[in-house]
Design a protein around this ligand. Structure first.
Ligand code: DGJ
Length: 761
């Protein structure tokens, strides 16, 4: 594959060309590549379909400054935005005020200890204990396509889909090279950023902080949107004012977490679903992270995303390179809808891989809420028999099939079949399930170890812990040290044995506690601060093996529900269990927050039994179906024991799944109403890319008098098309449906729902 390399000289030549055909082709090339270096003005311009991002090189020392990110521009001569003509001047003109310059200049990747007192992206300590670091531009390279990041999940794109700018900066005194990488995509308004840090010197350097991205902007009266929650209450949308000083979100849990989320949007105060400016950043990373803002004395905002830095400390030996995880930046001039659309398309096209990337997923039934630990072969087969007759396509055997696990006190780490429960073994059970025409899936929790397990008795030092201190238990379990190769190899050996022993077509990979007591038996003292990140690298390595050596297996990630629901995990698994809260009404808020940045195809959503096991609420079976249809769709109940009238609805729900799933997986998603804001109504819409078909789901949370007729304004339709509303004698124009609205009749009762299907004629 030919990689086009445009260095500084070639770009400059192309720009200065007077020959018209040459100028034309260079203009075309620039357009295609999406990245141009303007030699004379010393400006980089990165373009996506609707956004521009500009970086400038300043002064004789070659400071790298952030000029602009926002709505797409033709103009690149914007270095006045760096305000280097205002006091304080650049150091070459006013060296007595160097600190004032550094503390105000919009630095593209700020460093610590030399006079910029705002948050730094890179903090380095030398062997001697000094912290000063200053980076200056040295060279750059623009290439078609995008490279992988060693050991980490990363977005991808072919040479004609994206291009990459790598800016090399150096600190001469430390002999440190830092490469800032930016990839822009032809069809999506996302810029993927990461950083590579290379120690070219002869002494060790200690990274104390290494952010994936930093962005300096004027504070345009921004609000901050983040996603917060708890176990079984993940990703609720929260909006607050951006204030002076520090604000942010983060996790120290060794996983992205239920409580906070590796995402933040900065939005202008007037921004809503359809209007206003929205900047988004999300980490393509599943471990501890932080995303922070700092509003400075000059009302500029410095925005940073990357690995957390309270536990992190990385010893970078001479010749070694450290790679940060990737951050995915986006900008929308059309409110939250624009950000959502960009992230959905980007994740579907440039993050998710594998056989199920664009494929309908089998409808599954999972036995967790049906049986918990109390099952055997006969019980599972009785569920499978009933389920297969109703049209369910896969049985997933959840926690409790291995070691001597009859409760959650034991056996994690002992991944061999409990033959008392699965009489005849796993292969026999799978064969029987396959005979029913169903696929079979299995649950693992590979990262964990119970103290009551054979593995722990043989290798107590394989659990993460600090010598001399009893590690804190959570759900009676400890975390395996995945920075230890031996551990990863042993768990892989056990998993592979199971996966090869039967026709397994799905794996649910669970993770039920955060990391604590960070200590590894195999890391040198100066490397203990690497544990949390090395742990993630071990997890990623094992998941990579799983998806490459068993490419036919559909992997679903999970972490006590949605505790590790992030773009990093989506690189390995096209779907993630959204929450242990399966109550249809609670799910409205969880799925709204999740769908704000992740495509519906990634949201694990099942119909469960009532009263709901998490909240005790009773909702109609029909409504539970509508809510689950917004995600991957499946069942989480004992189908042999639910009421007959519920069971009778299953074939109809399955028909709806088959009817709408292409639309749900591939279409454009819009939020129409939010039960978080209006406790009466929740509504979302999906429109096919060609705008010929649309599905609108309405859930009325509370019925109320005199509000039985409701209007909803739809989105994303073709103004010029006429749409037939299925089941009603009604044809309406796209413009009428979007700007005048659609009236909902007879919405009576609490927790009732409806799907409206529009087809263009
Ligand atoms: C937490 C998961 O989210 C549940 O779905 C279930 O798999 C349990 N763990 C099993 O322990």
């Amino acid at each position: 594959m030919k990689i086009k390399i445009f260095n500084r000289e070639i770009c400059a030549r192309a720009l200065l060309a007077t020959n018209s055909s040459c100028a034309e082709s260079s203009a075309e090339m620039r357009k295609k590549m999406g990245i141009v270096y303007f030699e004379q003005d010393r400006v980089f311009k990165l373009d996506t379909p609707h956004t521009s991002y500009l970086i400038g090189i300043v002064d004789e020392e070659n400071f790298l400054g952030h000029i602009y990110y926002g709505r797409k521009l033709d103009e690149h001569r914007l270095t006045y935005l760096l305000r280097t003509n205002e006091a304080p001047f650049v150091p070459s003109k006013n060296s007595r005020e160097r600190v004032s310059f550094l503390d105000a200049f919009p630095m593209e990747y700020p460093t610590h200890g030399v006079g910029d007192y705002r948050e730094s992206a890179l903090r380095i300590r030398t062997e001697e204990g000094y912290q000063a670091c200053a980076l200056f531009y040295v060279s750059h390279e623009i290439t078609a396509g995008k490279k992988k990041i060693p050991g980490l999940p990363a977005s991808f794109g072919k040479e004609d889909e994206c291009s990459t700018l790598e800016i090399t900066c150096r600190d001469q005194i430390l002999d440190l090279t830092v490469v800032l990488s930016y990839s822009v995509f032809e069809t999506t308004d996302v810029i993927a950023r990461h950083v590579e840090i290379h120690n070219g010197g002869e002494k060790k350097l200690f990274l104390e902080k290494a952010a994936s991205m930093s962005l300096d902007m004027d504070n345009r009266n921004f609000d901050m949107i983040t996603l917060h929650g708890s176990w079984a209450r993940e990703r609720h949308v929260e909006r607050r004012r951006l204030c002076r000083g520090f604000q942010g979100t983060g996790s120290l849990r060794g996983e992205s977490g239920h409580q906070d989320h590796p995402f933040m949007a900065l939005v202008t105060a007037n921004a809503g679903q359809e209007e206003g400016e929205v900047y988004g950043v999300q980490m393509m990373y599943s471990g501890s992270y932080e995303i922070r803002t700092e509003v400075s004395q000059y009302q500029s905002v410095r925005w940073m995303a990357g690995l957390e830095n309270q536990n992190f400390r990385w010893a970078l030996a001479p010749g070694e390179t450290f790679y940060t995880p990737e951050a995915l930046l986006t900008y929308s001039a059309r409110g939250l809808d624009g950000m959502t659309a960009s992230y959905h398309d980007f994740i579907r096209n440039h993050v998710i891989r594998g056989e199920y990337k664009d494929k309908k997923r089998p409808i599954l039934i999972n036995n967790w809420e049906a049986t918990y630990f109390d099952f055997d072969t006969d019980k599972l087969l009785s569920i499978a028999r009933e389920a297969s007759e109703l049209g369910i396509e896969m049985l997933v055997m959840d926690d409790g099939w291995f070691g001597k696990r009859n409760n959650d006190d034991c056996s994690l780490g002992d991944w061999y079949v409990n033959k008392d429960k699965l009489r005849g073994g796993l292969a026999c059970l799978v064969e029987e399930v396959n005979k029913l025409g169903m696929k079979f899936g299995i649950w693992f929790e590979p990262e964990m170890i119970s103290q009551d397990s054979e593995l722990y008795r043989a290798h107590p030092d394989w659990a993460i812990s600090v010598p001399g201190r009893a590690p804190a238990l959570a759900r009676e379990q400890l975390v395996l040290d995945f920075s230890n190769r031996e551990v990863v190899e042993e768990i892989w050996r056990q998993m592979k044995t199971v996966l090869e022993s039967a026709n397994i077509e799905y794996v649910k990979w669970d993770m039920n506690r955060p990391l604590s007591d960070l200590g590894s038996a195999v890391l040198d003292p100066e490397k203990q601060g690497e544990l949390s990140h090395r742990y993630m690298l071990g997890v990623y390595e094992l998941q990579e093996r799983l998806v490459t050596q068993f490419p036919n297996i559909l992997l679903e990630n999970c972490s006590g529900g949605g505790g590790r629901f992030d773009a990093g995990m989506m690189y390995y698994s096209p779907q993630i269990w959204c929450s242990d809260d399966t109550d249809a009404i609670e799910r409205l808020a969880i799925q709204e927050g999740t769908a704000m940045i992740y495509p519906l195809s990634t949201m694990g959503a099942h119909i469960s039994d009532c009263p709901n096991h998490a909240v005790g609420r009773i909702t109609p079976f029909e409504t539970r179906g509508y809510v689950a249809l917004a995600g991957t769709f499946g069942y989480e109940l004992d189908v042999t024991r639910i009421p007959g009238e519920d069971r009778a609805q299953i074939p109809g729900q399955i028909a709806l799944y088959h009817k709408y799933n292409d639309l749900v997986r591939e279409g454009d998603y819009y939020r129409i109403a939010s039960s978080m804001k209006d406790h009466d109504l929740d509504c979302w819409q999906v429109v096919s890319k060609d705008k010929k078909e649309s599905m609108v789901t309405v859930i009325q949370v509370l019925g109320s008098v005199n509000r039985r007729s409701r209007m909803i304004r739809l989105k994303g339709l073709d103004e010029g098309k006429q749409y037939r509303i299925e089941g009603e004698e009604l044809v309406l124009g796209g413009d009428a449906l979007m700007y005048a609205g659609l009236q909902l009749h007879n919405m009576k009762g609490d927790f009732v729902g409806r799907i409206i299907h529009l087809i263009s004629i």
